[in-house]
Design a binder for this molecule. Structure first.
Ligand code: BGC
Ligand code: BGC
Length: 656
C-alpha cells in the first residue's frame, strides 16, 4: 500500500497556533525552549512546525480503485446516524449486542480485565458466542439499513492475554532482549490465531513506545530505549498479526488487524509520567519516537492509536498537526486512527460524551467505552451544526470501511475460524518458551557458576519462584495482573515447576522454600524475586532502587553467603532497576523480565538444557545508582552499570 521514503525536502511549514487557555503553560515552556522552536508575540503563539523532518509518503502508493468505489457506494447510502455509529467504539461491559443494531455502532472492545458475562473463566466458546451475537446485531438489516459488520478490538499485548488458557508470551521488554525478529513474527502469528479463534478481529498491538525514563510504568510494553530495535520488532509483530501483505489480511482467517500505538511520544514523557508530556524537539519526536511508525506503516499496519500523552503541552488527541498533517498527509497513513480509552475527555472543552475537537483533529474512531449514548447524540448535533464538517465524518468513515474491507470483514466472515484448540496450543507454548529463554540476559556469572549441574542439590527460594502473577506481569487476565486466582493461569508453568522437572530428570534434588532457610548441604541456591504486577497508571515509580521496595532478597542473599552457598539470582521485572547490592552478593545474576506462561524456559537456560546458552542482550541501559533515573545509550555522558546490548554467555561445561 503505502511505502515511505526518508525524504528531507526543505519545505518549512509555519502553522499558527492560537490557544488562549494554554497560554500560560506555553509561555512557561517557551522560557525553557527559548528561541529554538517558538516565538511568542502579542497573545499568539507561533510554533514553527517542520514537516520536512518527517518521512514522506511514497507517491507511488495507490489505493485500490475497485475497493474505493465500493466504499464510495456504501458511504453514499449511509445516513448520518450510521456514519457516527461507525466512528464509535463501545465496551462489551457497557453495551448489548442489540445496541449495535439500534445505534449502528461500528466497533466494540474488551478492555483489560473485561470478559464475556464479566466472567474471567469464560471459555473460548463464550467469547465466540458473544462475538457472533455482536456480529449478527451489527449486520442486521432491520429497517432496510446497511448492516456493516462490527470490528472487535482487544489488548493482546503478550498473547491473547485476557483469555484464560491462552499462551502468554514474554512482555515486549523481554522480546527486545531476545531481539529476534523472526521469532517475534511467529509470536504475532500465534497471537493472531488465538485471537481469531475467539471471534475477535483486531489487536491493540504492537506498542511502539521508545521508553526513555524507566520510572514509567509501561516501560515493559516498550521493546527498547533504542528506536531501531522498536522499529524492527514492531514490524515483525505486525507481519505476524496481519500477514505479510494486505491480501493475507483479507484472505487468511488466522490474521487480525494490528495497531501501532500510542502515536506519538508515549515513551518520552517527562519523569516517565504515564500520560504525561513529551517535551522534545520535533526532530527528536520524528527520529526517535516515530521511527516505528515509519516502518510499520511500510508494513501496512491498518490502525494507529493516538496517545494519551502530550507533545510540548498539547494533547495528542487534539493535535491536528501530528494526526492529520503528519501521520495522514505527510506519512500517507490511509487506515484509521483509534482514540485511547476516554482519552478525548482530557482535551479542553471536551467530556467523555462530547469531543468535536478530537474528531476534527483526526481521530477517526473514538474509544468511548461507557458513555457512548451521549457521545453519539452530541456528535450528531455537532455535525448538524457544522462544528464537525461533513467531509471530516466522511473521511473517518471511509478509513474505517477501508480497513474493514481490507481485513475481509465485509465479505468473508463465514470463513472457518482457527479452531479453539489453538488457544494455548503446545506449538504456541513452544514458541513462548523459546522466546522466554532467548529473553534472559546474563549480567554476571562469577567463577563460571552457570550452567548448573541438574544432578545436584538445588535450593530454590524467593517470592518469584512459584508465582505466576509475578512471572506474567500486568495485562494478564485482569487489567493490572493482580487479584488473579490460580485457575486463571491454566496451562502455565511456574519457574519452580520447570526447575523441578529438569533436576528430577537428571537425578538431582530440589528443596523449595519461598522465604525459609537453605539446607546446609545445598550445592547452590536459586533466588527468584522482583516486581509485583502493574500496568498503566499504577506502575509509575519515583525511583528505581529495588531494595527500597523489597529488602528481603538482600537479607536472604546475605544469609546464603554466610552459609557458604553460592547463589544464582533470577530477577523478574518490567524494567532495569538499581540492584547493585544484590548483584554484588550473588554469584550469578539474570535479568528475566516478565517471561510469561512458560516458566520452564528459565531451567532451560540455568541447566543448559539441550546445550542452550544465554542469548539475550540488554534492550535498556542498566543503572548503577539511584541518580541514574534517566539513562540511555545515546546520552552524552553514558556510564551505566551495564550498557545497552550487554549480555554474557556461559562456557558450556558439557552437553546433555
Ligand atoms: C491503554 C491502551 C489500551 C486501551 C484499551 C488504554 O488505557 O492506554 O494501550 O489499548 O486502554 O484497553
Ligand atoms: C484500561 C482498560 C481497563 C480500564 C479499567 C482503562 O484505562 O485501558 O483496559 O479495563 O481502564 O477502568
Amino acid at each position: 500500500m503505502i511505502a515511505i521514503n526518508q525524504v528531507s525536502s526543505l519545505r518549512d511549514g509555519v502553522v499558527q497556533y492560537f490557544e488562549a487557555s494554554r497560554l500560560i503553560r506555553v509561555v512557561a515552556y517557551l522560557v525553557l525552549f527559548v528561541g529554538s522552536q517558538s516565538i511568542y508575540a502579542a497573545g499568539t503563539t507561533t510554533i514553527i512546525f517542520q514537516p520536512e523532518l518527517w518521512p514522506q509518503a511514497d507517491q507511488r502508493a495507490v489505493l485500490d480503485p475497485v475497493e474505493e468505489a465500493r466504499i464510495d457506494q456504501l458511504i453514499a447510502q449511509m445516513t448520518l446516524e450510521e456514519k457516527v455509529g461507525q466512528m464509535t467504539q463501545v465496551e462489551i461491559k457497557f453495551s448489548k449486542p442489540a445496541d449495535l443494531t439500534k445505534y449502528h455502532i461500528g466497533s466494540v472492545l474488551n478492555g483489560g480485565g473485561s470478559w464475556p458475562n464479566n466472567n474471567a473463566m469464560s471459555r473460548p466458546e463464550d467469547w465466540i458466542e458473544l462475538a457472533d451475537e455482536y456480529y449478527a446485531a451489527s449486520t442486521s438489516k432491520k429497517k432496510g439499513r446497511l448492516g456493516i459488520p462490527v470490528i472487535w478490538g482487544t489488548d493482546g499485548v503478550h498473547g491473547h492475554n485476557n483469555v484464560v488458557g491462552a499462551t502468554l508470551f514474554p512482555h515486549n521488554i523481554g522480546l527486545g532482549a531476545g531481539n529476534n525478529p523472526e521469532l517475534v513474527t511467529a509470536i504475532g502469528r500465534a497471537t493472531a490465531i488465538e485471537i481469531a479463534a475467539t471471534g475477535i478481529d483486531w489487536n491493540f498491538a504492537p506498542t511502539l513506545a521508545v521508553a526513555r525514563d524507566d520510572r514509567w510504568g509501561r516501560t515493559y510494553e516498550s521493546y527498547s530505549e533504542d528506536p531501531q530495535i522498536v522499529a524492527s520488532l514492531g514490524d515483525a509483530l505486525v507481519i505476524g498479526l496481519q500477514g505479510a501483505d494486505l491480501s493475507e489480511l483479507r484472505d487468511d482467517p488466522a490474521t487480525v488487524v494490528a495497531t501501532a500505538k500510542h502515536f506519538v511520544g508515549d515513551g518520552g514523557t517527562l519523569a516517565g509520567d504515564d500520560q504525561g508530556d513529551t517535551f522534545t524537539s520535533e526532530r527528536t519526536l520524528a527520529e526517535r519516537h516515530a521511527l516505528g511508525y515509519v516502518t510499520t506503516l511500510n508494513n501496512d499496519v491498518q490502525t494507529v492509536m493516538a496517545s494519551y500523552s502530550s507533545w510540548r503541552g498539547y494533547k495528542l488527541h487534539g493535535n491536528e498537526y501530528l494526526l492529520t498533517t503528519i501521520l495522514k498527509q505527510r506519512m500517507g497513513f490511509d487506515g484509521f486512527v483509534i482514540g485511547d480509552w476516554n482519552a478525548h475527555e482530557q482535551l479542553d472543552g471536551c467530556s467523555k460524551e462530547s469531543c468535536s475537537l478530537a474528531i476534527n483533529a483526526g481521530v477517526d474512531m473514538i474509544m468511548v467505552p461507557e458513555d457512548w449514548r451521549g457521545f453519539i447524540r452530541n456528535t450528531l448535533r455537532q455535525v448538524r451544526s457544522g462544528e464537525i464538517a461533513q467531509s471530516r465524518v466522511d473521511d473517518a468513515v471511509r478509513r474505517i470501511l477501508r480497513v474493514k474491507l481490507r481485513a475481509g470483514l465485509l465479505d468473508q466472515r463465514s470463513l472457518p475460524r482457527p479452531d479453539v484448540s489453538w488457544i494455548g496450543h503446545p506449538q504456541h507454548r513452544a514458541i513462548a518458551r523459546q522466546a522466554a529463554r532467548e529473553s534472559l540476559v546474563l549480567l554476571k556469572n562469577a567463577a563460571d557458576i552457570l550452567p548448573l549441574d541438574p544432578n545436584s542439590k538445588v535450593f530454590v527460594t524467593g517470592d518469584g519462584a512459584d508465582n505466576l502473577e509475578m512471572q506474567t506481569g500486568g495485562w494478564t487476565v485482569s487489567w493490572q495482573g493482580t487479584d488473579n486466582k490460580p485457575e486463571h493461569y491454566r496451562g502455565s508453568t511456574s519457574i519452580l515447576q520447570g526447575i523441578k522437572a529438569e533436576v528430577a530428570s537428571h537425578g538431582g534434588e530440589v528443596v523449595f522454600s519461598a522465604s525459609g532457610e537453605a539446607p546446609k548441604d545445598a550445592d547452590v541456591a536459586i533466588v527468584i524475586f522482583g516486581e509485583t504486577p502493574y500496568v498503566e497508571m499504577k506502575g509509575d515509580r519515583e525511583h528505581l532502587v529495588f531494595s527500597r521496595f523489597n529488602s528481603r532478597p538482600l537479607r536472604q542473599l546475605a544469609a546464603l553467603r554466610k552459609q557458604g552457598i553460592p547463589t544464582v539470582v533470577v530477577f523478574l521485572s518490567g524494567r532495569p532497576m538499581v540492584v547493585s547490592d544484590e548483584i554484588e552478593l550473588a554469584e550469578a545474576f539474570i535479568a528475566a523480565w516478565l517471561p510469561g506462561s512458560e516458566g520452564a524456559a528459565i531451567a532451560d537456560a540455568l541447566f543448559a538444557r539441550d546445550g542452550f546458552n544465554f542469548k539475550g542482550t540488554l534492550p535498556f541501559s542498566w543503572p548503577h545508582t539511584e541518580q541514574q533515573k534517566v539513562l540511555n545509550f545515546d546520552d552524552e555522558f553514558y556510564m551505566p552499570k551495564y550498557p545497552l546490548g550487554y549480555g554474557l554467555r556461559t562456557r558450556l561445561k558439557r552437553s546433555h
